[in-house]
Design a protein around this ligand. Structure first.
Ligand SMILES: [Zn+2]
Length: 294
């Protein structure tokens, strides 16, 4: 944190990380730009290009008026917390408005986790749960009434956890349960699910399919149990209801990613986790789009 408090140091750090000492033009790929006097803008020397750029083009910091040192501090704080942090708390810690903190929180969540993680293998516990929605904090009677009218905006989430390995949470959306399993688990794995009919048939595709019947309170039966993935769901729910209080359905996938990230990096030291996250800075998310689409 002390090292990254200086704006120039932060910029050099990101330049070194992205370019390794050899800046290149993000518009045409030319590797021979020259630096302008402001100390951060480069101008492309290619005759047909000649455009200006900085190291933040194409990253989550692009076109942001927030100093890079504030971004670094935010990444350090967010990646270091065990259960996440609300935008109100982040705003206090960074000395920015809550709106800014909310925006930074969402952008940083975008770079948590691996872009394309390898499929899970060995023994994989799979389960589904329902989270979020407008009714999360509503009393039971009122919620029931609305649900009876067919109004329910809870989001179905699937949890997949490799025993002694990594785990992930994913919004099921319009996919079938089996499609989500296929997208995330290697065929050599033994899959463990509940007895939901949507999982029937996995035995033909995977090394083995064990199921546990929750309605018969058969919670532990040899290798066939899903307690670990249920614990993983509790992390997600604690994060949503305990820290963020309520989450709009369109943002649930981000909380899924954040919870997966915290789970999968739980044994890594804070400084390493910070560096790894920083290496994922590619990818932009404009405030406009965040409001509109997500
Ligand atoms: Zn260029």
């Amino acid at each position: 944190m002390t090292k990254l408090a200086d704006e120039q140091v932060c910029r050099q750090h990101i330049e070194e990380m992205r370019w390794g000492g050899e800046p290149f033009c993000p518009h045409c790929g030319s590797t021979k730009p020259y630096k302008l006097k402001d100390g951060k803008t480069y101008r492309c020397k290619d005759k047909t290009c000649k455009r200006d750029f900085t190291v933040t083009v194409g990253t989550i910091f692009e076109n942001s008026k927030i100093p890079l040192s504030t971004w670094m501090a935010a990444i350090f704080i967010l990646t270091g917390h065990k259960k996440g942090i609300s935008s109100l708390q982040l705003a206090r810690d960074l000395g920015v408005t809550q709106k800014t903190a909310w925006f930074m929180n969402h952008r940083i969540r975008l770079i948590m986790g691996e872009p394309t993680p390898p499929p899970l293998d060995n023994i994989v516990e799979i389960d589904e749960t329902y989270v979020g929605g407008k009714f999360a904090n509503m009393n039971r009677g009122r919620r029931k009434k609305l649900q009876e009218q067919g109004i329910d905006n809870k989001v179905a989430v699937m949890g997949l956890l490799e025993r002694d390995g990594k785990a992930r949470l994913t919004v099921i959306g319009g996919n079938t349960f089996k499609d989500v399993v296929r997208d995330n688990v290697k065929k050599t794995a033994v899959v463990v699910t509940d007895t939901h009919l949507s999982y029937v048939g996995l035995a033909q595709e995977y090394a083995s399919h064990l199921s546990v019947n929750h309605s018969k309170s058969e919670y532990r039966n040899g290798l066939a149990f899903t307690n670990s993935v249920e614990g993983f769901f509790s992390c997600l729910k604690r994060s949503i209801y305990g820290i963020y209080h309520s989450v709009s359905p369109k943002h649930i996938h981000r909380y899924c990613e954040e919870t997966s990230y915290r789970f999968n990096t739980r044994q890594i030291k804070d400084a390493d986790r910070f560096t790894r996250t920083l290496q994922n800075v590619e990818g932009r998310l404009k405030y406009k789009n965040l409001i509109k689409k997500l």
